[in-house]
Design a protein around this ligand. Structure first.
Ligand SMILES: [Zn+2]
Length: 272
């Protein structure tokens, strides 16, 4: 943390202390501190996930909605490895700090995240209190799709030799036998099944209703795909914006420049 003012940290801590519910709005910057790259970006870590013979330039084609139809083996090698990495990675200490603060409020927390890594649930957050606006890598759907079914992928990729993954070994839809794919939203994606995310939206609306003094903690949310920022700004209540590069806030709120874990730790120290 460099330019964050201790007065701003104190203001943020006061809002957290006085809130009766915490809205956590998390973007890629929340995952980065656990060692995970943004799956939509071209971060260097993703280069290591690329199938043999492909380069960083090919990441673009592997984030398009048709990639599981056009080149399923490449797409599954890429995302199968990502699933392995997400499974091995542990959520950083910031998840536990937020969870503890939420435990001191009347209504607890609800998470809105564009991250597909499932790390809030892995950190012990209630599945019924998480909205994954771009879906999740650890859930699957039919690639067609033949219906609305979404199922947990479990540990199916844990022991798989990704390099040797061929067409016949790819996961398939239990209903129609077509190839399956992860249930997250790609770019220009006509095939994504949104039933799970729609149900999460409904639960968020119901949770928010009785909350009278919400505080919104937005963490590491980018401006290129502003889903998380737009949501955070749509919630009434003060906004705590934690961001390494773009922390300006318009309206009631405070911008804290720094990484997720550094700033959350600073707020925690102010709360003590
Ligand atoms: Zn199917």
């Amino acid at each position: 943390m460099t330019t964050t003012d201790s007065i701003d940290i104190q203001r943020a801590a006061d809002w957290v202390r006085n809130a009766d519910g915490i809205v956590i709005a998390a973007g890629a910057g929340m995952s980065v501190d656990s060692g995970l790259p943004d799956f939509r970006g071209t971060d260097g870590l993703w280069t290591a996930l690329l199938p043999a013979g492909m380069t960083e330039r090919d990441i673009g084609s592997l984030t398009q909605g048709d990639c599981f139809v056009d080149k399923p083996v490449d797409a599954w090698q890429f995302y199968g490895r990502a699933l392995q990495v997400c499974g091995q990675c542990k959520p950083h200490a910031g998840y536990a700090l937020l969870k503890r603060w939420a435990g001191d409020t009347r209504h607890g927390a609800f998470v809105f995240t564009s991250n597909v890594d499932g790390h809030f649930q892995k950190a012990g957050y209630d599945e019924a209190r998480v909205l994954e606006c771009h879906g999740a890598i650890n859930f699957m759907q039919c690639g067609e799709p033949c219906g609305d079914a979404i199922w947990a992928s479990g540990n199916m990729m844990d022991e798989v030799d990704i390099e040797a993954l061929g067409l016949s070994a790819l996961p398939r839809c239990p209903r129609c036998g077509q190839l399956a794919r992860p249930n997250f939203l790609l770019f220009d994606d006509d095939h994504w099944v949104e039933t799970r995310t729609s149900a999460q939206w409904e639960r968020l609306r119901i949770w928010l209703r009785p909350v009278q003094r919400p505080v919104v903690i937005e963490i590491g949310a980018g401006t290129a795909v502003p889903s998380v920022r737009m949501f955070a700004e749509s919630v009434r209540g003060p906004l705590i914006r934690i961001n390494l590069d773009e922390s300006d806030v318009v309206g009631e709120g405070v911008g804290l420049r720094g990484t997720a874990l550094d700033v959350l730790s600073a707020i925690d120290a102010a709360l003590a």
